[in-house]
Each structure stands twice: as C-alpha cells, then as structure tokens.
Design a protein around this ligand. Structure first.
Ligand SMILES: [Zn+2]
Ligand SMILES: [Zn+2]
Length: 341
C-alpha cells in the first residue's frame, strides 16, 4: 500500500509498504479521505513536542482525521463490519489503567495516538488499522467529506459543551481555524449567541458566509469595554489569547482552552480568582466523537463548507509547508484522498 511519511524535518516520502494485516480485534480500513491539521504541520516541521520527549520518532505516517471502508477484520471481529464506512478515535488507551477503566482512554499515560505517536500509521495512506472498540460506523446521511471532519468536530463539540452555555447566552470564540469555526457551528446549533474573533479580514468574511453574524477583530476585543461574555473559547495558537479570554469573560463564567501556542501562555490568576472563573482544558475529540456524528447525521451542523480542497498525496508536502492550492476555496481545512497520487 502507498503511504505518506515524514522521515525528517520538512522531508516527506511517499512509500510503497506491505499491505496491512488486521490483528486480533482490529479492523483493516481502506482510506477514502483524510484531513491535515496543525498537529500534522508540527509533525512535518519537527516542532511537535513529542519528538523531544521521544514519544514520536521518524518516520511518522501522519493522518488522524480519516474515514474509509472496512476491507478486512482480524480474529475476534464480526465479518458484519466488512463494507461498513467508519472513522476511528485517535487516542488508544492501554485498557488496563484506572483512567482507561473509567472510560477516559484519551488521557491514559500509555496511550497511542494514531498518526502521531508510537509508530501506529495514520490515514494519509491507502490502508489503516483501527481496534474494533475505537471504530465508529458512519451513518448513510453523512458524506465522505463530513466523515473526515468528525475528529476535529469532536474536539470542537467538547469545547462548546465545556462552556455549559444554553439558549441565547453569549459565547466568544477566539481563533477562526477549523476548530474555532466548527465550535461556532455547534454553538449556533445550540442557540447560543456566537461571537467570533480573528486576525484576518478574510477569515471574518468567511465566518459571516457561514452565517456567524457577530464577528470581531482581535484588536476590537482587546480594546472593548463592553460587558463581556458568559464564556470564551480559545481556539487560536497565540500565547496571549488565554489571557485575553480571561479578561473578556464575565464573572462566574468559563474559559475553555483548546489552542496550543509555540510558547507558554501566561495568565493572571488573580483575575481568575477575583472573577470566580472556571478554566477548562480540552485534549482530543474522544468523548465528543459520538456527539459530532449525531450532529452531522441530523444535518444540524454541516462541516463541508470548511473544506477548501481535496488533494492527492503528492501535494501534501506543499500544503504542510503553508501554501494554498490555486483553486482552493476559502475554508481552512485541506482534505487528502490517499487513493490519488
Ligand atoms: Zn487534527
Ligand atoms: Zn490506560
């Protein structure tokens, strides 16, 4: 099978590897679509912290947002899986520790992250393996494109749920990448009053095209003396945004952090204490995958406008280097069809 691998910083190869054989309790999936995201950019550039800690070593077969058709099953797995369209969790727990036992496999210390750590190949390949218990069947009503958005969507849904907001409360989302925009879509579906803020006018225009009416520049938010927001989500990658979130949240509100910056983000905890603010960190989509599937299946949220283009494996290095396709649309998400060279 053909697979794309990062073999050194800024260096990619498209390798011809042996076909995968599903082990016990595993599904073999023929990948039809995979997304690339900021984590993949870090794995490409070598900035990913897991290289330093030794959790990730080259070569890395990237791709943790994927969908495909089950084409094989290992021992112990029902053949009824064959032909089903699936996606899978990224975070595979050890299954033995107390966190795994409580269902929180995504924060298992021994976890494998597909396409990120420990040599478990990701979805920028013709085939991928997924343990049966981490696989999700995709309902008919969800397109291939949307199915490959379930992983980022699971992250975004978790951020919105962590705000605890209900009808018509005010939410501010900082950062207009895929995670921020999907969070805005979920929040709107929950009748929350959604405000978004970003640096670039083109991103703000795109948010308005998606139907998100309250858009602000970051400078507007920094200078605002208005009443503030019931909750603020930081989905940016800027080190000053968590503190900005804390400044703009109302007393008793929630700040939800999912963005990661290259340098430590400093916040003034006195503000947090004196405003009685709860700050929540979100790692991974895992507990949000089922909910994201339900939102997509019902049509309450449609992620397809966020996809700017679908490319083959050969164009991935160019996009990871930060380029946009000549015919790419305005959305932030790039998809790959790994069947296309
Ligand atoms: Zn991702
Ligand atoms: Zn565990």
């Amino acid at each position: 099978m053909r697979a794309l691998r990062v073999i050194a910083p800024f260096t990619i190869e498209i390798a011809e590897l042996a076909d995968l054989i599903p082990g016990a309790d595993q599904l073999l999936v023929s990948v039809e679509r995979a997304g690339i995201c900021g984590t993949d950019v870090e794995l490409y550039s070598g900035d990913m912290a897991y290289y330093e800690s030794g959790r990730t070593t080259y070569p890395v077969q990237i791709g943790h947002e994927w969908t495909g058709i089950v084409s094989g099953v290992g021992t112990g797995v029902s053949r009824s899986w064959l032909g089903k369209r699936v996606t899978g969790d990224t975070m595979l727990g050890c299954g033995l520790c107390t966190r795994c036992a409580s269902g929180r496999t995504h924060i298992c210390d021994q976890r494998i992250e597909i396409g990120i750590t420990d040599g478990w190949g990701g979805g920028l390949a013709e085939q991928i393996l997924i343990p049966e218990r981490y696989a999700f069947v995709i309902p008919e009503s969800i397109s291939i494109a949307a199915a490959a958005m379930i992983e980022p969507a699971g992250n975004s849904l978790r951020t919105v749920e962590a705000t605890g907001l209900v009808d018509h409360q005010k939410l501010l989302i900082l950062g207009l990448g895929t995670i921020g925009l999907l969070a805005a879509q979920f929040a709107r579906a929950k009748n929350i009053e959604v405000h978004v803020a970003g640096e670039r006018e083109s991103s703000l225009n795109f948010a308005r095209e998606l139907g998100i009416m309250h858009t602000h520049t970051i400078a507007d938010i920094q200078e605002s003396t208005g009443s503030g927001f019931d909750a603020v989500i930081d989905a940016s990658s800027s080190d000053f945004m968590p503190n900005l979130a804390l400044q703009r949240v109302l007393p008793g509100g929630k700040v939800v952090l999912i963005g990661l910056s290259g340098t430590p983000s400093l916040i003034d905890t006195r503000v947090q204490v004196l405003k009685d603010v709860t700050v929540v960190g979100i790692l991974s989509a895992s507990p949000g995958l089922r909910g994201a599937i339900n939102y997509f299946a019902s049509g309450a949220v449609n992620p397809e406008p966020l996809i700017s283009e679908v490319i083959g494996l050969r164009d991935v290095a160019n996009r990871l280097a930060g380029n946009r396709g000549i015919e790419a649309g305005p959305g932030p998400k790039i998809h790959v069809d790994p069947r296309i060279l």
